[in-house]
Design a protein around this ligand. Structure first.
Ligand code: GLU
Length: 293
């Protein structure tokens, strides 16, 4: 693969400080890009403004710097790209792919939308969401780590929201528009997003974009098997010990820990030794307990 055809990215949501799970995603996407001389971008996914924590973006960026994870180009913020998402929705509407929906959460009744407003029945006096049609759509893709994945969108996801009733664009639309507009070729991220990928590929197809390559990483869990996140009270990374945290993330990813005592040295060896085939082929792996290492 030549340098010019690889562009990866790390796309954190600024809902809190980086934790071990986000370091794993940042590190793997960085190494996968740098190992082929590719570019690596950072995008702050603050489209869901009510979940955004003031200052978390800066905290994340400073942590990436402490870990020696240098990005290319300017950091992009989703909150400044509403025009791009609006244009996409206008296009989907004009092609008849998106429709208005006035159903409340109770009326939707479950994770798969039953299509109530699909033939134009939305109550225009209520706040309207916009959904994308998926009827009869089966999406398959080859994950670089996990192999062939497929989903019947109608049965497993249903017509999904691209503009929420509160006026905010949904993650599924924003991520597709940003990856396409930024020329991202490779998505390396946690397997918690594995079941979102078919919806994103469906949108890419409707928009006429080329497909990305995907590699979904095992998700780091706590002892109870829960994904490390703000909700499960994951401890923030120890940015005063970047070398130790990086080694632990490399171990988690099945990589050689490499020589060196500084972040820069560890990363240099990790880039040279990067072996995606050694990543555990699992959707969830317990975080090693650093106290006992
Ligand atoms: N912003 C998403 C998250 O932090 C990641 C999106 C992505 O990598 O596509 O979970």
């Amino acid at each position: 693969m030549s340098a010019s055809v690889y562009r990866g990215r790390f796309a954190p949501s600024p809902t809190g400080p980086l934790h071990f799970g986000s370091l794993v995603a940042a590190l793997a996407s960085y190494l996968d890009a740098r190992a082929v001389g590719g570019e690596w971008l950072v995008r702050i996914e603050d489209v869901d403004t009510p979940r955004t924590m003031a200052g978390a973006d800066q905290e994340i960026l400073r942590a990436l710097e402490r870990f020696g994870l240098e990005w290319d180009g300017p950091v992009v913020y989703q909150s400044s790209r509403t025009g791009l998402y609006r244009a996409a929705l206008d296009y989907l509407r004009s092609e008849g792919w998106a429709y208005a929906c006035s159903c409340s959460r109770r009326e939707v009744g479950g994770p798969v939308y039953p299509g109530t407003c699909r033939s134009g029945g939305a109550d225009q006096t209520k706040p309207l969401a916009w959904r994308v049609r998926v009827e009869g759509t089966e999406v398959g893709f080859e994950d670089r780590l996990l192999g062939w994945q497929s989903q019947n969108l109608e049965r497993e996801a249903g017509d999904f929201v691209v503009l929420r009733a509160d006026g905010l664009f949904a993650y599924q639309l924003a991520v597709v528009m940003d990856d396409a507009e930024q020329g991202v070729t490779d998505v390396v991220r946690g397997a918690d997003l594995l079941d979102s990928t078919p919806r994103q590929i469906h949108l890419q197809r409707l928009m006429g974009y080329g497909l990305s390559r995907y590699l979904h990483l095992p998700v780091a869990t706590n002892d109870a098997g829960e994904k490390l996140s703000k909700q499960t009270l994951a401890p923030p990374l120890d940015t005063s010990a970047p070398a130790r945290e990086l080694r632990e993330a490399l171990r988690f990813l099945g990589q050689q820990e490499g020589a060196g005592s500084t972040s820069v040295e560890i990363l240099r060896t990790a880039v040279a030794n990067w072996n995606p085939a050694a990543i555990p082929k699992l959707v969830a792996v317990k975080r090693p307990n650093s106290q006992h290492d």
